[in-house]
Design a protein around this ligand. Structure first.
Ligand code: C2E
Ligand code: MG
Ligand code: MG
Length: 746
């Protein structure tokens, strides 16, 4: 160290610590400090914790510690004479402006402290906090700067982590709720001005809690990570994914309003999340439910859109798991209705509102009824017959399934015992019943009370029982087998459908779900080969096969060709009352001739709904009888010539341009210009809707789409509604037919 250096260090001493040094550079001249102080400073300098620097009046480096020169990968001599600010990377500010003023400060000869600067070195990015003060001579002439610096790289990194933590989910690396809210708010504000659309998906994992409870939290965490990775794979690039709570994810999809496309993304998402996971050597399966809302249709502001997507998610969960659902304003009523149903279900049994319908299982080769499936029905005083798909999930969530399940079991056994011959009765068992360790003894009691032969009772189980703990599942299987009852695997083809379940669990029968069979008669359908494989595996394992939901002759023929043993479906019989079963079986055997349409008609659904029909600028109200993706059958206008163009108004901004293809009296068939798409609830919807931006430009306030029909925008037409319009109607409307039909049917 030269004498010159020593003098610098001496002068720098004043810069250490908080005590301000008098601005006199010479007050700590050579020999002024004690030897101790020199040593300490040198030690400090060498330790690399801090370093010193000084410049001349031009800001050029006069002195700089060795340690910093090393870090910058330079020799001290090389640095001498360079402008001090040039050591740092002042442009790359990462949004912090702290380092920017350095050259300014320099030219203004100002004191500064703890200024954060960075430099990109070979070892990576380094950060320092530098301080400096101007040195003046006795005439107050500026001599240069004198200063120190310290390494704050680690501190910076942890600060960055902390701010990352505030915006990101540490488990999955996805944005967290706070960040998603911020993003969504920003996007919607910008999009509102630009009249752009943005979809929002809420994703909730089905059965995640079960995995978490059985495999432990660590596995749960691992599962969430894997889910996050899978989501990343299927979501379009410009979308943002976040985890906003335990097992809840949110996806922002800018510039998509096409519900066909969104439905496809949701299906793909549910599909990929439902594939099995391998976690620490254990395999597990979960599912996902998705709710979708689109701005500006279902909400203008973030809060409103999130609420809509949440409501759609809630509905998709309520409609059975593994579904997606678009928001629609009548979901508000549905949420309320669900609460009502739960309340009413509590005393439905006591009020005698629950009964069983029996659907025959028919031997494919002989048309002979060999079994009856007991299907729960609930006759609600106001809602009419509520289907089990609606109330069973509610019963499961509100712990009512135990009592209901026990009742079905006892009643079905007692009913079956009264039937002649050895027709079997099949009873559906919910996973929650199966998980109850007392279940086998409940079955024993039902058998004992009815004196039904155990071999005449079939218990229908679904794959979801395998999600529970292995040991108790196999114990329950063993206990039931001991009783001599038969076990069926229900709804095969809807869940994960592992053939290994068949090998490892003692099933006597496998029921192939309707959704797996739908479309098998269409050329090139891949399920045919799979059904073939299932049938031959079942044969090898000595199991029966049943095809569910057979409605048409072509499907029946196919099932026969595939060697499926039994058929359950409308082609033989609907579910009927026990009295009808007794009557049919009075003479012993019950043989049914199949009766149904010759061909399966792809997704023609029977409905009964009033819709609006716009022709020129007149609106009619007609009754819709059935609907498919490509068209619908309507009633209510007399002798409409084929070729007439209409705009069908399905409500909530759903307009479809359509042409009349057939016409007979007051009935006429429309073909849509653009096919409809799945609405996720088993129904259909239009891909696009009338944009609130468009309505706003026609003078209405910008708001989410209102319930009901599209207001014909124009003088006198804002009210919309039946028969509204402002020109003479071209066609004679027969409203009575429509209204009467609606009244008759309920
Ligand atoms: P599942 O066990 O798969 O029952 C077959 C369903 O398919 C029945 O619906 C039946 O009416 C319907 N089906 C039969 N043939 C055809 C056909 O040709 N075409 C069509 N489209 N459908 C057909 P349902 O009665 O509405 O029952 C729905 C589900 O509710 C049942 O599916 C079952 O999972 C559940 N469920 C019914 N009763 C009970 C019960 O007592 N306990 C439990 N835990 N679940 C039940
Ligand atoms: Mg069943
Ligand atoms: Mg089934």
């Amino acid at each position: 160290m030269s004498a010159h250096d020593r003098s610098r260090i001496g002068r720098l001493r004043g810069m250490l610590g908080s005590g301000p040094a008098k601005g006199d550079a010479r007050s700590l001249g050579p020999g002024d400090g004690s030897g101790q102080a020199h040593l300490l400073l040198r030690d400090y300098e060498r330790s690399g914790q801090g370093w010193f620097w000084s410049t001349d009046s031009e800001g050029r480096i006069v002195y700089i510690s060795e340690s910093i020169a090393d870090k910058l990968g330079k020799k001290r001599e090389e640095l001498a004479g360079q402008p001090f600010p040039s050591l740092f990377d002042l442009a790359s500010s990462e949004g912090d402006q702290v380092e920017r003023p350095l050259p300014l400060i320099f030219s203004a000869h100002k004191t500064f402290s703890e200024l954060q600067v960075r430099a990109a070195t070979e070892e990576g990015e380094l950060w320092w906090a530098i301080s400096g003060r101007p040195q003046l001579d006795s005439n107050a002439n500026f001599l240069g700067f004198l200063g120190n610096g310290k390494d704050i790289t680690t501190l910076r990194l942890s600060q960055k982590d902390a701010s990352r933590l505030a915006l990101f989910d540490s488990l999955t690396g996805l944005s967290n709720r706070f960040q998603m809210d911020k993003r969504l708010g920003a996007i919607l504000t910008a999009y509102k001005a630009a009249k752009r659309n943005c979809a929002l998906m809420m994703v909730d994992l089905d059965r995640f809690k079960q995995v978490n409870d059985t495999l432990g939290h660590q596995s749960g965490d691992e599962l969430l990570k894997q889910v996050a990775q899978r989501l990343g794979k299927i979501v379009p690039d410009n979308c943002e994914i976040g985890r906003i709570g335990g097992d809840e994810f949110q996806i922002i999809l800018p510039d998509i309003e096409d519900r066909g496309r969104l439905g496809d993304i949701a299906k793909k998402l549910i599909d990929i999340v439902s594939q099995p996971y391998s976690i620490d050597g254990s395999r597990c399966v979960i599912g996902a439910s998705v709710g979708i809302a689109i701005a500006p249709f279902d909400g203008i502001e973030a809060e409103e859109l999130v609420r809509s997507a949440d409501l759609a998610l809630y509905a998709s969960k309520g409609g059975g798991r593994g579904q997606f659902r678009f928001y629609s304003s009548d979901l508000h009523d549905q949420a309320e209705r669900r609460r009502q149903i739960e309340e009413d279900l509590r005393d439905a049994l006591a009020k005698d509102q629950i009964f069983i319908a029996y659907q025959p299982l028919v031997e494919t080769l002989t048309n002979k009824v060999v079994g009856l499936e007991a299907l729960l029905r609930w006759k609600h005083p106001e809602l009419g017959v509520v289907p089990p798909a609606v109330f069973i999930p509610i019963a499961e969530e509100s712990n009512l399934i135990g009592a209901l399940g026990d009742w079905v079991l006892r009643t079905a056994c007692a009913d079956a015992a009264r039937l002649p011959g050895n027709v079997r009765v099949a009873v559906n068992v919910s996973t929650m019943q199966f998980a109850n360790s007392a279940f086998a003894s409940l079955v024993t009691q039902a058998l004992a009370a009815s004196e039904l032969l155990p071999s005449r009772l079939e218990l229908e189980l679904t794959e979801s029982i395998f999600l529970a703990d292995d040991q108790s599942t196999s114990d329950m299987f063993a206990a039931l087998k001991m009783l001599g009852v038969r076990l069926s695997l229900d709804d095969f083809g809807t869940g994960y459908s592992s053939l290994s379940y068949l090998k490892n669990a003692p099933f006597d029968k496998i029921k192939i779900d309707k959704s797996f069979i739908t479309g098998v008669t269409e050329p090139g359908n891949r399920n045919v080969a799979i059904i073939k494989a299932i049938v031959s595996l079942a044969e090898a394992l000595d199991m029966d096969t049943v095809a569910e939901g057979i409605e048409a002759h072509d499907e029946l023929k196919m099932m026969r060709a595939l060697n499926v043993k039994q058929i359950q479906g409308y082609i033989y019989a609907d579910p009927v009352s026990f009295e009808q079963v007794i009557e049919a079986m009075a003479s012993g055997d019950w043989v049914i001739e199949p009766d149904g349409p010759s061909k399966y008609r792809a997704d023609r659904r029977t409905v009964l709904r009033l819709i609006g029909l716009i022709h020129e600028d007149h609106r009619y109200e007609v009754m819709m009888r059935n609907i498919s993706r490509t068209g619908c059958m309507l009633e209510g206008l007399i002798e409409v010539p084929p070729g007439t163009k209409f705009v069908a108004d399905f409500g909530e901004g759903q307009l479809a341009v359509a042409v009349v293809r057939r016409s007979m009296g007051a009935m006429f068939g429309l073909e849509f210009e653009l096919p409809l798409v799945d609405d996720g609830a088993g129904g259909l919807c239009t891909r696009n809707r009338v944009s609130p931006y468009l309505l706003a430009s026609a003078g209405m306030p910008l708001a989410a789409l209102p319930q009901g029909q599209y207001p014909l925008v124009g003088p006198g037409a804002m009210g919309g509604g039946a028969g509204g319009g402002f020109s003479m109607p071209k066609f004679a409307q027969v409203n009575d037919i429509a209204r009467k039909a609606l009244k008759d049917e309920g």
